[in-house]
Design a protein around this ligand. Structure first.
Ligand code: IMP
Ligand code: MG
Length: 181
């Protein structure tokens, strides 16, 4: 169903706010069942901030009390295409050595961003690095990586909303959709 708020292109909803909330509750229970002590949650900014906020509260409801620190990376993209280089824009403030870390990202696409973050945190001596993404575009991988927890497998289309942007727009949408007009 296209959403046509004023000043906005038509967006076709792919994952509703309700279906996202349902998946988050399931993921949070699964992560809680790992019984990871001293859990540190690391959202990869910027695209994961909405998902991470909801998943964090889901983890609380599942009985966890994690700490949170943010990693901001730029995976260079030419428009909507990844060009392969990943840089740290904002590093973690906390020491990950010996800790269990849950890395959260919005989309697993070529895999470069998640692989970079996972390798970085492992190289700093984390006890365990668990990964969770909202969307997995399985057919687009350039590096071999799978996420431990995935909310939805996603078709290979460019999506926006629920934190994800096109040129800094559409992050505020409560659902995931694609631009159709
Ligand atoms: P990867 O490094 O190619 O796996 O890209 C992952 C990053 O690219 C994600 O963290 C997103 O920020 C961004 N990205 C990939 N696909 C999309 C999309 O369809 N919409 C918005 N951002 C995307
Ligand atoms: Mg991102």
């Amino acid at each position: 169903m296209p959403d046509s708020a004023p000043g906005m292109e038509a967006i076709e909803v792919i994952y509703t706010a309700e279906s996202i909330a349902d998946r988050i509750a399931v993921l949070a229970e699964g992560i809680a069942a790992l019984k990871l002590d001293r859990l540190l949650v690391v959202p990869i900014l910027t695209g994961s901030f909405v998902f991470a906020g909801d998943l964090l509260r889901g983890l609380h409801r599942a009985g966890l009390a994690p700490e949170v620190d943010f990693l901001s990376v730029s995976s260079y993209r030419d428009g909507t295409k990844s060009v392969g280089k990943v840089d740290i824009l904002r590093d973690l403030k906390l020491d990950v050595a010996g800790r269990n870390v849950l890395v959260i990202d919005d989309i697993l696409d070529t895999g470069r961003t998640l692989a970079f973050a996972k390798d970085l945190i492992a190289a700093r001596g984390a006890a365990q690095v668990v990964t969770c993404v909202l969307l997995d575009k399985k057919t687009r991988r350039a590096v071999a990586i799978e996420a431990d927890y995935v909310a939805f497998e996603c078709p290979p289309v460019f999506v926006v909303g629920y934190g994800m942007d096109l040129a800094s727009r559409f992050r505020e949408l409560p659902f995931v959709g694609r631009i159709v007009g």
